[in-house]
Write a protein that binds this ligand. Structure first.
Ligand code: ACM
Length: 258
């Protein structure tokens, strides 16, 4: 069965969580998708200058933001993956939630980028997969893509789609994610933001890539946009790049240890 995979590319107003959430829901309301991927920190903005700023808009994994995402997902019979600053006790994490069916699961960004390391703790959830309408979904956040182990671990755990909430500032991910999809034979959905925030410019170009590395679509560098594509997710189970070459069966892990 085909799965409708959607990405949201937004332009959040810094710290205006309610308005940013509303704007994303308005974009989503114009389409139908089974799985929506929203950017990293999509509702808060990204460029915190102090831990106090980050803490002010951080929420717990059972806070109002996750509750609203769960409610939207339940009402629209879809799943949502979205990034948010999470507070857990004294710690802050750069997290993404998968909300569906009135439930949620949290992924905490494993590889923090740049100044994030000043405020956030490196993720401790590890990479996991969950089923959305029978399709195995894995999550990684933005800079995680630069570490091939992230996507490989998810793919080895059975992910057919990698949901990739992002706030990209370096130029390489849109092209690089084609390789992550190709080398793991998985779909990838990168949801990025646009605009600038306190001197930091984000590159947009949210996209969906197929397991053969083909770019299904890439959004603009500047505009808020939503796009949905129908995918045959089962194709991500076939790891062959040639009748006799299966990328997973042909791995030689005993030669990969340091
Ligand atoms: C990033 O990880 N937000 C670049």
């Amino acid at each position: 069965m085909a799965l409708r995979l959607g990405v949201i590319q937004n332009r959040p107003q810094y710290l205006d969580t309610a308005a940013n959430l509303k704007a994303c829901f308005a974009l989503m309301d114009k389409h139908q998708a089974d799985l929506w991927v929203l950017p990293e920190f999509f509702a808060s903005g990204y460029h915190f200058k102090t831990k106090a700023e980050a803490r002010k808009c951080a929420e717990t994994s059972d806070g109002p933001l996750v509750a609203l995402l769960k409610a939207y997902a339940a009402k629209n019979d879809c799943a949502i993956v979205a990034g948010f600053p999470e507070k857990a006790g004294t710690k802050l994490y750069n997290s993404a939630v998968l909300a569906q069916g009135g439930k949620s699961r949290i992924y905490r960004k494993t590889h923090l980028f740049g100044g994030e390391k000043r405020f956030f703790t490196g993720g401790d959830t590890g990479f996991w997969t969950e089923k959305v309408k029978g399709v195995s979904i894995g999550v990684m956040v933005c800079f995680d893509w630069f570490f091939p182990e992230s996507a490989r671990t998810l793919a080895l755990k059975g992910a057919q789609i990698i949901a990739h909430p992002s706030n990209l500032v370096l130029p390489w991910a849109p092209e690089g994610m084609k390789i992550r999809s190709l080398e793991n034979r998985v779909f990838s959905a990168t949801a990025d933001r646009v605009g600038a925030e306190r001197g930091l410019r984000f590159i947009g170009q949210s996209q969906v890539v197929a397991p053969n590395g083909e770019l299904y679509f890439r959004l603009s560098r500047e505009q808020e946009q939503a796009a949905v594509i129908s995918i045959d997710a089962w194709t991500a189970k076939d790891k062959r790049v040639h009748p006799d070459c299966d990328l997973f069966a042909d791995r030689r892990p005993r030669f990969y240890a340091r």
